[in-house]
Design a protein around this ligand. Structure first.
Ligand code: SAM
Length: 282
């Protein structure tokens, strides 16, 4: 079915106002597919009818559901692998030296979708118990979408999802088959926390995170909103903490607050005042 320009503009405007995400051309073509199950659930037969209900504002939580349906939640376990090696071999040994007295690490996955990134981190720590014995590893995952956060909390995945990124050994070690799907074992579920959070708002626990991951979230933000999101991420980091972005993402030209870590490619640290003064945002 043809979707009018005005309908697609209204939906794109709603998504951007709530999350900063711009609706890519590719997703504009697939609006109807993205919204079909929500429309079916509510007995709505066309996008125009959906827009009319939205504009009348009679169903207060409909707009939140529409936004959730339009977000790109693509994720899988140990996505791109290398970043997890970079953390395990580069950042974590240094952090463990620096935090030797508190024996506590705080990690935030911002834009965690259905939780695979967070459980991947939890598996990484759990698979090396002797190294982290006596340490408190606090891992929190947040996402603007309540629906994905609820799914992440269940730690339950379809056969297809659980196989994406996990070898058979890891799959059977950390997941058990249940009628609802493959559920992360209790120890893994208990080692992580999830909450809803919009990246454009103040971060949870400002200034405390040793590692912040924000991968594949900022790609479709406009320049101004992305700069704001980087400010938020920077304000969440401990003074000597690290930020990790997705493959192909960078801070260069996007923010004054963060610079590449000269010793660990792919990781970003807070810029000093001098560095901030020297930098320009595109
Ligand atoms: C493509 S997924 C990436 C998931 C994971 N980080 C990864 O790399 O596999 C992007 C996630 O960012 C979330 N997101 C988009 N805008 C957001 C915002 N303003 N605040 C918080 N989360 C947001 C989406 O809901 C989605 O779940």
């Amino acid at each position: 079915m043809e979707i009018s320009d005005s309908s697609s503009r209204i939906l794109a405007g709603l998504l951007e106002a709530r999350t900063g995400q711009q609706l890519t051309m590719n997703r504009r073509w697939r609006l109807e597919t993205a919204l079909s199950s929500l429309m079916r659930e509510r007995g709505i037969t066309s996008i125009d009818e959906l827009i009319t209900i939205l504009v009348m504002g009679k169903e207060p939580n409909l707009s939140a559901k529409v936004v959730e349906a339009l977000l790109n939640n693509e994720t899988y376990f140990f996505r791109d692998r290398t970043p997890f090696d970079l953390l395990a071999k580069g950042a974590l040994p240094k952090l463990m030296e620096r935090r030797a007295s508190s024996r506590r690490l705080k990690i935030w996955s911002a834009g965690c979708s259905t939780g695979q990134e967070v459980y991947s981190l939890a598996m990484m720590f759990a698979e090396d118990p002797s190294k982290y014995s006596g340490w408190t590893i606090d891992i929190i995952g947040t996402d603007v979408s309540e629906a994905v956060v609820e799914r992440a909390r269940t730690g339950t995945y379809s056969q297809f999802e659980v196989q994406r990124g996990l070898g058979i050994t890891q799959m059977v070690r950390w997941f058990e088959e249940t009628p609802a799907g493959w559920r992360a074992v209790e120890a893994l579920r208990k080692s992580v926390r999830f909450q809803t959070h919009n990246l454009l708002e103040l971060p949870p626990h400002p200034g405390e995170f040793d590692i912040v991951l924000c991968r594949n979230v900022l790609l479709y933000l406009n320049q101004q909103t992305r700069e704001k999101a980087f400010d938020r991420l920077a304000s969440a980091m401990a003074p000597d903490g690290w930020l990790m972005l997705g493959a192909g993402e960078t801070v260069i030209g996007q923010t004054r607050k963060l610079v590449s870590d000269k010793d660990s490619r792919g990781l970003y640290v807070l810029a000093t005042n001098d560095e901030q003064a020297d930098r320009r945002v595109a």
